[in-house]
Design a binder for this molecule. Structure first.
Ligand code: UGA
Length: 441
C-alpha cells in the first residue's frame, strides 16, 4: 500500500483521495481553504455525491484518510502526489486558467524533500505536464530533489463518481518516464482496467478529445431532434434504433436541453481555443458549442409559441441542477431558462430535490431577478396556478408524478418536457398540451 497526497478537495480530488484510501492506501488531502478542511474534518463535505459521505467517514475512522492545509504535513513520506485542482475557463477566448495548477506545483517544490511522482489529474491544456515540471524545477532552486511527472486524466461523472472510479473503462497514463507511469499503474492494479500508456501530450489530449466527442454526440442528437420535430419523427426512438449499432452506441444520445456542468462546456471551449491558437479553425467544435447554446433557447421558443407571451405568466421549473443526483449548478440550463423567462416578464416557481440552496446562490450570482423566483417544496407546489411546467432536470422523482393531480392545480395545462421523460400520449391523455424535444411523431 502507498502513501499518497492529493492536492485539491474539490470534486475530483475528494473522490480520488477517498477512493484511493478505500483501496487501503494512506491518503492526505490538502486544500488551501482552511474552512473547507475544518469542515471535512467534521465530516461535512463541500459537494453532494451519492455514497461519498459514508466512504469519507469510514476511511477517516480507519485512519487512512486525513485532511490538512499544510503542505509539509501532506508531503511527508509520500510517494505519489496527485494534483487535482480546478482549471476554470480563464479568458474570453475559452483558454484554461492554470493559476491553481501552477501554485500547487510551486508549493510541492517548496516542501518536497524526497523523490515523488507528481500526477496530474486536473484537465489541463496539452503541454501542461512540461509546465508542471518547469515550475517544480524552478522552485526547487538548488535543492537536489528528483521527481517524475505523470498525466493521469480522470473520467468520473458527477452523480456516479464512486462507481466510475471503481469501474473505469480505462486508465490513461502519460509520461516521458515509463518507470514512473508503471508505478502509478500499480496503484490501480486491483481495478483490472485496461491501461493506456503514452506520452504526456497524448494523455492530456485523450481527456479533451473524449469530452469533446461526448459533447459532439449530444449536439448531434440535438440537431437530429430539431429535424425530427420538423419532419414528424421521434428522436427518442431514433436514438434507440441508432444505439443498437455497436459502432454508434446508445449512450449520450439523449436529446434535451444540451450539456452543462463543470466539464463539457469548459473543455470544449478550451480545446477549440487550443486549436484556434495553433492557427486552426475547429469547425465541428464551434458548431457543437453553437448548437448547445441554442438548445436552451428552445424552451422559451416553445413556451411563447403556446402561451403567446410570457408577460405576467407563471412558469414552473422542475429541476435546477445541471443533471440529476448532484447539486451542481455550474452552467446549468436552468440558469439561462429562468433568466430569459423572468426577463420576458414571467414569474418562476421552481423545485429541485437537492440543488435548492446551490440553485439560489447560482441564480443570484448570475444576476437573475430573484423577486420573480420562488423555491417550492415539491413538484405539486410548483404546478400550483402555473401557466406552464418545464422539466429541466430529469430527476427520478419527476418520472412518477401524479399527472392528474398536477393538471388539476395548474392554471393552463402546458408541459414542456425538456428531457423527454414522459410518454407523450399518456400526458396528452390527461389533457396537457405537451412538447418534448424532437418528438414530432
Ligand atoms: C463528464 C464526463 O462524462 C466524464 O467522463 C468526465 O470525467 C467529466 O465530464 C469531467 O471532465 O470531469 P459530467 O459533467 O459529470 O461528466 O456529466 P455527464 O453525465 O457526462 O453529463 C454532462 C452533460 O451532458 C449534462 O448536462 C447532461 O445533461 C448532458 N447529457 C448527457 C445530455 O444532454 N444528453 C446525453 O445523452 C448525455
Amino acid at each position: 500500500m502507498s502513501v499518497i497526497c492529493v492536492i485539491g478537495t474539490g470534486y475530483v480530488g475528494l473522490v480520488t483521495g477517498t477512493c484511493l484510501a478505500d483501496m487501503g492506501n494512506t491518503v492526505t488531502c490538502i486544500d488551501i481553504v482552511q474552512e473547507k478542511i475544518d469542515r471535512l474534518k467534521q465530516g461535512i463535505l463541500p459537494i453532494y455525491e451519492p455514497g461519498l459521505e459514508e466512504m469519507v467517514e469510514r476511511n477517516v475512522h480507519a485512519g487512512r484518510l486525513n485532511f490538512t492545509t499544510s503542505y509539509s504535513e501532506a508531503l511527508k513520506d509520500c510517494e505519489f502526489i496527485f494534483i487535482a485542482v480546478n482549471t476554470p475557463t480563464g479568458d474570453k477566448q475559452g483558454g484554461a486558467d492554470m493559476r491553481f495548477v501552477e501554485s500547487a506545483a510551486r508549493s510541492i517544490a517548496q516542501e518536497l524533500d524526497h523523490y515523488a511522482i507528481v500526477i496530474n489529474k486536473s484537465t489541463v491544456p496539452v503541454g501542461s505536464g512540461d509546465l508542471v515540471t518547469r515550475v517544480i524545477r524552478e522552485n526547487l532552486a538548488n535543492r537536489k530533489v528528483s521527481f517524475s511527472v505523470v498525466s493521469n486524466p480522470e473520467f468520473l461523472r458527477e452523480g456516479s463518481a464512486l462507481l466510475d472510479f471503481q469501474n473505469p473503462d480505462r486508465i490513461v497514463l502519460g509520461s516521458s518516464e515509463p518507470e514512473a507511469a508503471h508505478k502509478v499503474a500499480r496503484l490501480y492494479l486491483s481495478l483490472r482496467a485496461p491501461i493506456v500508456a503514452t506520452d504526456l501530450y497524448t494523455a492530456e489530449m485523450i481527456k479533451y478529445a473524449s469530452n469533446a466527442f461526448l459533447a459532439t454526440k449530444i449536439s448531434f442528437i440535438n440537431e437530429i431532434a430539431q429535424i425530427c420535430e420538423r419532419l414528424g419523427a421521434d428522436v427518442k426512438e431514433v436514438a434507440v434504433g441508432m444505439g443498437y449499432d455497436k459502432r454508434i452506441g446508445r449512450a449520450f444520445l439523449d436529446a434535451g436541453l444540451g450539456y452543462g456542468g463543470s466539464c463539457f462546456p469548459k473543455d470544449v471551449r478550451a480545446l477549440a481555443h487550443m486549436a484556434d491558437e495553433a492557427g486552426l479553425h475547429p469547425q465541428l467544435l464551434h458548431a457543437v458549442m453553437d448548437i448547445n447554446h441554442d438548445q436552451r433557447r428552445l424552451v422559451i421558443t416553445k413556451l411563447t409559441s403556446i402561451l403567446e407571451t410570457l408577460q405576467g405568466k407563471t412558469i414552473g421549473v422542475l429541476g435546477l441542477a445541471f443533471k440529476p443526483n448532484t447539486d451542481d449548478m455550474r452552467e446549468a440550463p436552468a440558469i439561462d431558462i429562468i433568466r430569459w423567462a423572468t426577463q420576458q416578464g414571467a414569474t418562476v416557481r421552481s423545485y429541485d430535490p437537492i440543488a435548492r440552496e446551490t440553485g439560489r446562490v447560482a441564480l443570484e450570482r448570475e444576476g437573475v431577478d430573484m423577486t420573480k423566483v420562488t423555491f417550492c417544496d415539491d413538484a405539486y407546489a410548483v404546478a400550483e396556478q402555473a401557466d406552464a411546467l418545464v422539466v429541466v432536470t430529469e430527476w427520478n422523482e419527476f418520472k412518477s408524478l401524479n399527472m392528474k393531480r398536477i393538471r388539476e392545480v395548474m392554471r393552463e395545462p402546458v408541459l414542456i418536457d425538456g428531457r423527454n421523460l414522459y410518454e407523450q400520449s399518456e400526458i396528452r391523455r390527461h389533457g396537457f398540451v405537451y412538447r418534448g424535444i424532437g418528438r414530432g411523431a
